[in-house]
Design a protein around this ligand. Structure first.
Ligand code: PLP
Length: 397
């Protein structure tokens, strides 16, 4: 089996580019030039220099001794929380803005829900001196006030969207509308492995620096360049895609992915779109998404703002459907407990999103043998989630 995208932009039954006619040429241009550009020596040199000196890569691969003892395996944490701006999203934003410049684009637009991708995009726009407009649901603007202030401080224009539920999907719809109005000079930086082809593949490749580093870091630490298991949380899918990219077709490595169960996958307060979603088209791509029988989107729910996207990218839909990845939901309370546990056992306060990967450890520990090597990606740091942690101290052991 090959789990990479095929020449038509599909991963098995998922993916493709379902876009309005007016965007056809823009997306076609991107499709034709993203690979030649990102594989060129000039791009690679500039991207890797910035990843090193601006983002702070390589991110450490840390052997978590106390957590390993607790879960009966050799657990290594890939520390994306130590990146500039506090998560993995900067890897992708940086790659896309370099691509935008090489394509001669003059302005950047992006959508954001929790504000993390908005901050990453505003950051690289400041760095590259590009005008930046961020579309964000008006409700999210209220809920994520600090990130909105960050984006403004970085020089971005934040455009609150008043339509629909005033959340991520509405911000995305507005960003797409704006893109349709100015397709020639505008580059749309999408924040995860979602959207029309080639975005999912492009974002996965830009994030694949994570697994490229894991390869040599494992070789250095354990004398072989692959683990037995890899674990990550999944919202749209980009940190997971980056983690597993170079092992996709290496069946010695098993993948365990955590999506947001919210209050439970049997309630309507969930964001576990792989487990409860059905096939449909959202934001230009055929994916599994949360929708009613007549195709109305259901608002997702998770305590973690970065995971409450109503769908999951096409790569992960295919990994789920084929059984290549084991997908489990972690509920709010389980993620909270996992965040407190990592904090107390290793002195690392993770992002709530990342805690959804950590929360799978108690669920899957019985699969592990003592010497199994498990790499788990800590996608971001928890500073932004401190208020949530403080109001749920009952989950502290
Ligand atoms: C946005 C975000 C996620 C979820 O996005 P993916 O594309 O699934 O990686 C996970 N962790 C953190 C810290 C985030 O900011």
């Amino acid at each position: 089996m090959n789990y990479n995208v095929n020449e038509n932009g599909f991963y098995g039954n998922y993916g493709g580019a379902y876009i309005p006619e007016i965007l056809y040429k823009t997306v076609e241009d991107l499709k034709n030039c993203y690979l030649p550009i990102i594989n060129s020596d000039g791009f690679k040199k500039e991207f890797h220099a910035l990843l090193k000196d601006y983002v702070g890569r390589p991110s450490p691969l840390y052997f978590a001794k106390r957590m390993s003892e607790k879960y009966g395996c050799q657990l290594y944490l890939k520390r994306e929380d130590l990146n500039h701006t506090g998560a993995h999203k900067i890897n992708n934003a940086l790659g896309q803005i370099l691509l935008a410049k090489k394509m001669g684009k003059k302005r950047i637009i992006a959508e954001t829900g929790a504000g993390q991708h908005g901050v990453a995009t505003a950051t690289v726009c400041a760095l590259m001196n590009m005008p930046c407009t961020i579309f964000m649901g008006a409700l999210d603007v209220e809920r994520q006030h600090v990130n909105v202030e960050r984006m403004k401080m970085l020089g971005a224009t934040v455009h609150p969207v008043e339509s629909g539920n005033k959340t991520l999907k509405d911000g995305t719809n507005e960003a797409i509308r704006e893109w349709c109005c100015n397709p020639a000079d505008t580059f749309y930086i999408i924040g995860s492995t979602v959207g029309p082809h080639p975005y999912p593949d492009m974002v996965a490749r830009l994030q694949s620096v994570i697994s490229e580093e894991i390869k040599w870091q494992l070789e250095e630490k354990i004398g072989r360049d692959y683990p037995d298991y890899m674990m990550a949380c999944v919202g749209g899918g980009s940190n997971a895609a980056g983690t597993i990219y170079h092992y996709l077709n290496d069946e010695r490595v098993r993948f365990i992915l955590g999506e947001a169960g919210g209050l439970g996958i049997n309630t309507d307060m969930t964001a576990a779109s792989l487990e409860v979603g059905t096939t449909g088209i959202l934001h230009g791509s055929r994916i599994k998404l949360m929708q009613t029988e007549d195709g109305q989107m259901i608002e997702p729910y998770s305590i973690s703002a970065g995971l409450d996207y109503p769908g999951t990218g096409p790569l992960h839909c295919n990994l789920y459907e084929t059984g290549r990845a084991q997908v489990l939901a972690a509920n709010d309370d389980e993620a909270l407990r996992a965040a407190f546990e990592l904090t107390r056992l290793e002195g690392i306060i993770p992002a709530l999103e990342s805690a959804h990967a950590l929360a799978l450890l108690p669920k899957v520990a019985s699969q592990f043998k003592e010497d199994d090597v498990v790499v788990l990606t800590v996608s971001g740091r928890g500073d932004k989630d401190l208020d949530t942690y403080l109001s749920h101290q009952e989950c502290m052991m």
